[in-house]
Design a protein around this ligand. Structure first.
Ligand code: CP
Ligand code: NVA
Length: 318
């Protein structure tokens, strides 16, 4: 195996035995180790079968295209086998507790990945599982997405420190995790969100704390045009996340059209600006076709990088 895997400045980084629930629990060096391992794994899809004989259980309380498929392919490309378990097909859906599910799955598999409604479910899983647990999205965060986003930006610009991301729209799970990842690695984030849909206070506080070490600039404002002025990347996400369907009308009234990323908003940004979105997109709501399909859109690379970053994380965890 290439000895460069998992090394940052010649120091070996291992995430063996760790849960991956919250990016704030990881040092900048550890996040860099995932990004650098990603670069190597993306160049060489045929890596040694590090997970040969290993099994993962993937629990999904919500739908998924990218997280499910990228993780399953990542696990299997490394030689293991990942099992898709939808909540309603498990006894969990009939009232078996999270704790009991965690205890039992730990007797069969080597890793649990879960996409859940409430972050507390992940904490409960991790508390009772004897194998590592990975967060595949919760109501408050989406760290796997942030790692892929940071990798995509690094791949495009060849650096991270000093770049500016304008986040437009809902201060949601993806935005919370972005604030953490970016502030750890010296990326500036100017988020323009309606006052009632700002990122969570805990995440803003963490980001400010991180930025005092990394030097990144973190601002939460309301005006999208002001946010994109200095941006290298304009990023958005849906106005109505999974689980918020009942708030749809109310949310659209607040977000649309002011927070839509369209060519008019992009025209207020620098000439060279990129567009990113974790997907799935609601075309015509938070973003228009001409932006998401433009030559400055990175969304397909961003989606592809979910696979390579998941592989890197798994590689460092085992
Ligand atoms: N970006 C993302 O997590 O996509 P899925 O909901 O398709 O997994
Ligand atoms: N904020 C979105 C992200 C989907 C990947 C949601 O939670 O539905």
């Amino acid at each position: 195996m290439n000895l460069e895997f998992g090394y940052v400045s010649r120091k070996r980084i291992s995430l063996k035995g760790r849960d991956f629930l919250e990016l704030q629990d990881f040092t900048p060096e550890e996040v860099w180790a995932i990004l650098k391992t990603t670069r190597l794994l993306k160049k060489r899809r045929k890596v040694p079968q590090k997970l040969k004989g290993k099994f993962a259980a993937m629990i999904f309380e919500k739908p998924s295209t990218r997280t499910r498929v990228s993780f399953e392919v990542a696990f299997e490309e490394l030689g293991g086998r990942a099992l898709y378990l939808s909540r309603n097909e498990l006894q969990l859906g009939r009232g078996e507790t999270i704790a009991d599910t965690a205890r039992v799955l730990s007797r069969y598999v080597d890793l649990i990945m879960a996409r859940v409604y409430r972050y507390e479910t992940l904490e409960e899983l991790a508390k009772h599982a004897t194998v590592p647990v990975i967060n595949g999205l919760s109501d408050i965060n989406h760290p796997l997405q942030t790692v892929a986003d940071l990798y995509t930006i690094w791949e495009k610009f060849g650096k991270l420190r000093g770049l500016t991301v304008a986040w437009i729209g809902d201060g949601n799970n993806v935005c919370n995790s972005l604030l953490i990842g970016a502030s750890k690695l010296g990326v500036n984030v100017i988020a323009a969100t309606p006052r009632e849909y700002m990122p969570s206070k805990r995440y803003i506080d963490w980001a400010l704390e991180n930025s005092s070490k990394s030097g990144s600039r973190i601002e939460i404002i309301e005006d999208p045009e002001k946010a994109v002025e200095d941006a290298d990347i304009v990023m958005t996400d849906v106005f109505v996340s999974m689980g918020q369907e009942e708030e749809r009308e109310k949310r659209l009234q607040v977000f649309y059209p002011k927070y839509q990323v369209n060519s008019n908003l992009i025209s207020k940004a620098k000439k060279k600006v990129y567009f990113m979105h974790p997907l799935p997109a609601h075309r015509g709501e938070e973003v228009t076709d001409d932006v998401i399909d433009s030559d400055y859109s990175l969304v397909w690379d961003q989606a592809e990088n979910r696979l390579h970053t998941a592989k890197a994380l798994l590689y460092l965890m085992f």
